[in-house]
Design a protein around this ligand. Structure first.
Ligand code: AP5
Ligand code: MG
Ligand code: ZN
Length: 223
């Protein structure tokens, strides 16, 4: 199963993709995480992406598409993927269809996580990230100061550079102008499922599983 998570910055794409990938055995392909990995390691790709990301702008399509294509060719994606943060423009959506066709697979569903702008500012101003595994937490809603994952050895959490209020506002504007048209694009293709992204993290996971029509394997259930 190949799924796209679409939604504004801070809608919970990363949080929910982490949980669902673990429960369903899918690979988590997050374009923002791939860019941040390159930024932190100061690669050529990181150097190209940095200025766009710091402003809250989208990185140009050709750079982004090449990076995601490369990631989708890795063997761990064969069981299916959740794409988080890609596609974000109509040309990216068309490129994704071509990439999947080349790989002999296709996109099954697009989940639109709907969260109002007021809630987003609250979420992003309190977000904390683990530099090692990129897991996401929140000062109030999911409070940790060090990463709870054993393999991260108590790594301290940090705030993303682009979570400053003025950059969050720029990212929201870019989302409404350039990415939100994809909601209608996928709705017209009959692939869209809309889930409210407001509520507890656990309730939203349950709503996503129901919307996708999938059962969690009993050994992965937390209840
Ligand atoms: P990216 O990293 O994709 O950022 P984004 O889309 O702005 O989304 P976020 O990661 O900010 O939010 P999220 O939906 O994952 O929410 P999260 O789960 O963390 O992109 C960053 C940049 O990279 C872009 O600006 C661009 O420059 C570039 N880029 C990336 N992809 C690109 C592309 N395809 N094309 C071009 N450029 C691209 O949750 C947010 C917070 O809320 C967390 O603190 C979390 O703990 C908390 N939270 C989650 N769920 C809940 C809940 N139910 N209740 C309360 N709090 C919650
Ligand atoms: Mg994210
Ligand atoms: Zn970690």
């Amino acid at each position: 199963m190949n799924i796209v998570f679409l939604g504004p910055p801070g809608s919970g794409k990363g949080t929910q993709a982490d949980i669902l990938c673990e429960q369903l055995g899918l690979a988590h392909v997050a374009s923002g995480d791939l860019f941040r990995y390159n930024l932190n390691n100061d690669t050529e790709l990181g150097k190209k992406a940095r200025a766009y990301m710091e402003r809250g702008d989208l990185v140009p399509d050709d750079i982004t598409i090449a990076m995601v294509k490369d990631r989708l060719q890795q063997p761990d994606t064969a069981q299916g993927v959740i794409l988080d943060g890609f596609p974000r423009t109509p040309p990216q959506a068309e490129a994704l269809e071509a990439i999947f066709a080349e790989l002999g697979t296709s996109l099954d569903k697009v989940v639109y996580l709907n969260v109002p702008d007021e809630e987003i500012v609250l979420r992003l101003s309190g977000r904390l990230i683990c530099r090692k595994c990129q897991a996401t937490f929140h000062k109030v809603y999911n409070p940790f100061t060090t990463c709870p994952h054993g393999e991260c050895n108590g790594e301290y959490l940090y705030q993303r550079e682009d979570d400053k209020p003025e950059t969050v506002r720029a990212r929201l504007k870019v989302y409404h102008e350039q990415t939100s048209p994809l909601v209608d694009y996928y709705r017209q293709k009959g692939m869209l499922v809309e889930v409210s992204g407001v509520g507890s993290i656990a309730d939203i996971t349950a709503a996503l599983l129901e919307a996708l029509g999938v059962e969690t394997p009993p050994e992965k259930r937390s209840d």
